[in-house]
Write a new protein. Structure first.
Lengths: 450, 345
């Protein structure tokens, strides 16, 4: 009998140990940032201690890991001024960010601030974000993310990024080409032909550095390049071609012009990098001065010192039209939303206002993180070459919005990027490119309605 | 007398039940507070003790069940519950956050209407068949080499096995570099294998064989060592050639090893994901009539892309359920067939 009692006691102990594990985990999970050990790049121990100290630290899920250190520094400043702790949790480097936030939601461990990349992401969180229309930052920027149906500001823009075709000013100067004249297809064509004829003289390997492989570079072609089809040259907020595309239709004339430009780019691109190159290959080729152009944007700035780049560089719109195009595609790459049911919604708003309006915070974001401020009140000037070039467009109001970030998810990777890939390899002609682009777009939109 | 004995256990059971239910209600209504966990534990302990104290013949069996609990609990939480949830999700419009409605078999119908899924299906079958044959043939030949009398067999054994110890993703990216840079430099002017729809699939096959054949070789090697020496000697005395020995004695005697190896490679190739993701990530493009699709998007990658890249969790889940059913059916059939061919010693 005694023996049996012991065995029962042992069994009960085992059960209670397991249940205790669950119980305490569930009880503490609403306490905040204590079970993010799996999150990439987060110093779990540090944030644990931090949140224990203040009790209700704000938590921000940042999707741009490159600016992690700078954000942490800004958060420090915010704590100095207000006493409110902010924990920055940066995700990146292949982490599925939206999936991670979804699992936080499932675990009842939602952060106070989290990142969204556009309409697709926002659709999941529509009912869970706070209205930010009454904040300071909202009055000071054109780049905030607004709910399409209510028009309320729900997303905080932390930076402006822009892209088009980036040039090596030294090479263009040697060839006697003024970048300011490159405003339309014909000008680009003439310039490309001239540069191609002077390759040996200039010591370049190819005219442009373009990468169009479907598995890894779909974002550059399917998102970025094709983004010019949607809004290139249009006023900010003019989404007519994009809206049309989201119904599965593409405009023949515009697409035709775009196809001509794509053909031109691919024809004068380095063939090896074009069909099988990675981002690094593409960048290295241009940064080492082996090509005059690259189809990337101002985000390559921080990588330039790696290649000891000494030449001058600037950004141009990818002017694929016959008429002049002077606007560059510039927008906020992603936005931060405030979780409506968070414990400290006002504190989160205050933090966003701080980042947007406080000179110290702007100094950190612009100077140290090398970003361009989307805020009119910010007077701090960027220093890196492409940021400087981009800032000119932003200041002059010569920008178009990025409609592509509102495309259905997977469109670039699973559909558009493939058409570019085929075109780059030469397996389809320019006319095939137009027809395939149209059928692929129509197909994808029809098949992926939610 | 009997009723007296029953009172205490009954009271314990009642109190335990009340506490447990109270804790569960607290949990479901979303009330906060640290106490509910402890209430739940106390309730469950009282329930168990109540059952144990209950004067009844079967109570020892109940106690035995208690000992199974940790195992059953872990298994349920990590396997059974997610599996059932997964099947339920496949009938809903789950987006990874919430379910708004049940859609019945809609996901299952949509799935087979998508040309990219059907294509992934076919290409995966082709890949599985070729890969299964390739890995087994290479693995078996390596095993024969390593069990022969040539010098340095132990070195070869570990050398062939080594690729298996490297993670698939790392290996994938290394090989991608080899295909894209090294091969194009050696054969100057040629385009990378990965840019051609058929050759890209071959590239994955090559890498997988290189990685997996060593592992399969090891299993064949153990199998070959179980073939009794006396039988081999007897055949040698009878003048059997090496080939006859191989086909008439060795292979039939290690038929069960073949079952294991074929099963492993079948499942492994069907589930191919990491190499696929790292080497091609679905690229390049293949034009099929008016459509353009990802030439090397195998089933697992297709499921991943549907759920994560296209943000369609419910459809991805549905594909995963079908994936499981097919995989289970195919591998069980294979094992059943192979088992019949095995010879007992």
């Amino acid at each position: 009998m005694k023996k049996r009692f012991l065995s029962v006691a042992a069994g009960v102990l085992a059960v209670s140990a397991i249940l205790a594990g669950c119980g305490s985990g569930a009880a503490k999970s609403d306490g905040g940032a204590d079970n993010q050990s799996s999150a990439a790049e987060t110093k779990a121990g540090e944030s644990k201690a931090d949140s224990a100290a203040s009790g209700d630290a704000l938590r921000l899920i940042n999707g741009k890991i490159e600016i992690d250190a700078q954000l942490k520094k800004a958060a420090e400043k915010f704590k100095e001024k207000t006493g409110q702790e902010v924990v920055i949790e940066s995700l990146g480097g292949g982490v599925d960010i939206q999936g991670q936030i979804k699992s936080y939601k499932a675990a009842d461990n939602m952060p106070d601030l989290f990142v969204i990349g556009g309409d697709g992401d926002y659709a999941n969180w529509t009912d869970m974000v706070a209205d930010l229309s009454d904040t300071e930052f909202a009055k000071n920027t054109d780049f905030a993310y607004k709910d399409k149906t209510t028009g309320k500001v729900v997303g905080f823009p932390y930076a402006v990024e822009g892209y088009g075709i980036t040039y090596n000013a030294d090479i263009l100067e040697k060839a006697g080409i003024d970048p300011a004249t490159l405003k339309n297809y014909d000008a680009f064509k003439a310039a490309f032909e001239k540069l191609d004829g002077m390759k040996d003289e200039l010591g370049i390997q190819a005219v442009a550095s373009v990468a169009a492989e479907a598995g890894q570079m779909y974002w550059s072609t399917g998102n970025h390049l094709f983004g010019y089809y949607y809004t290139g040259g249009l006023e900010r907020g003019d989404n007519k071609y994009f809206d049309m595309a989201m119904k599965g239709e593409l405009d023949d004339e515009r697409l035709g012009e775009f196809a001509d430009m794509t053909e031109l780019l691919f024809k004068y691109a380095d063939p090896q990098v074009l069909v099988s190159g990675t981002y690094d290959d593409q960048l290295a080729l241009w940064a080492q001065g082996k090509t005059a152009f690259i189809t990337q944007g101002n985000w390559i700035d921080p990588s330039l010192p790696t290649y000891n780049v000494s030449f001058k560089a600037g950004l141009l719109p990818l002017a694929f039209t016959k008429s002049d195009m002077t606007r560059i595609l510039a927008d906020c790459p992603s936005w931060w939303c405030v979780y409506k049911d968070g414990k400290n919604v006002e504190g989160a708003k205050a933090f966003l206002d701080f980042l947007a309006t406080d000179p110290d915070a702007q100094e950190i974001l612009v100077k140290e993180a090398g970003m361009i401020s989307p805020y009119k009140t910010s007077t701090i000037e960027p220093e890196t070459p492409l940021a400087v070039s981009l800032k000119k467009y932003v200041d002059a109001g010569e920008t178009s919005s990025w409609a592509w970030s509102n495309m259905p998810e997977g469109l670039a990777q699973n559909a558009l990027g493939l058409v570019f890939d085929s075109f780059a390899k030469g397996s389809i002609t320019r006319d095939d490119f137009v027809t395939l682009m149209k059928s692929t777009m129509a197909d994808y939109i029809a098949n992926n309605k939610k | 007398m009997n009723t007296d004995k029953k009172i205490i256990p009954l009271a314990m059971l009642a109190l335990g039940a009340i506490l447990t239910i109270y804790a569960l209600i607290l949990d479901l209504t979303g009330a906060t507070g640290e106490l509910r966990g402890y209430i739940l534990i106390l309730g469950v302990i009282l329930l168990i003790l109540g059952v144990f104290k209950m004067p009844h013949k079967k109570h020892t069996k109940i106690v035995n069940m208690v000992f199974l609990f940790p195992m059953v609990f872990t298994f349920a939480v990590t396997v059974i519950i997610p599996f059932i949830l997964g099947i339920i999700y496949s009938f809903t419009d789950w987006n990874g956050i919430q379910v708004t409605r049940f859609v019945g078999f809609e996901n299952y119908i949509t799935m087979f209407k998508q040309s990219d899924y059907v294509y992934s299906f076919v290409i995966t079958l082709i890949y599985t068949v070729i890969n299964m044959v390739l890995v087994n043939v290479v693995g078996f030949v390596l095993a024969l080499v390593c069990s022969s009398k040539i010098k340095g067999t132990s070195f070869f054994r570990s050398a062939y096995f080594l690729p298996n110890l490297i993670g698939g993703l790392v290996l994938g990216y290394v090989w991608q570099f080899i295909f894209n840079k090294v091969f194009t430099t050696i054969f100057a002017g040629s385009l990378s294998m990965l840019t051609d729809a058929n050759l890209a699939l071959l590239a994955i096959l090559i890498v997988n064989t290189w990685q997996y054949a060593g592992y399969i070789m090891l299993i064949y090697l153990t199998g070959l060592q179980t073939v009794p020496k006396d039988v081999l000697e007897a055949s040698g005395v009878d003048g059997a050639s090496a080939l006859t020995t191989l086909f008439k004695i060795k292979i039939p005697m290690i038929a069960n090893t073949f079952t294991v190896c074929i099963f492993l490679t079948l499942v492994n190739s069907f589930k191919q994901f990491d190499l696929n993701l790292a080497i091609t990530n679905g690229a390049p493009s293949r034009i099929m009539g008016p459509k353009i699709i990802q030439a090397t998007e195998l089933l697992a990658l297709n499921i991943y892309n549907t759920a994560i890249r296209k943000n369609n969790y419910a459809l991805g889940q549905t594909k995963a359920v079908v994936f499981f059913i097919i995989l289970a059916a195919v591998s069980l059939t294979q094992v059943a067939i192979s088992k019949k061919r095995e010879v007992e010693l």
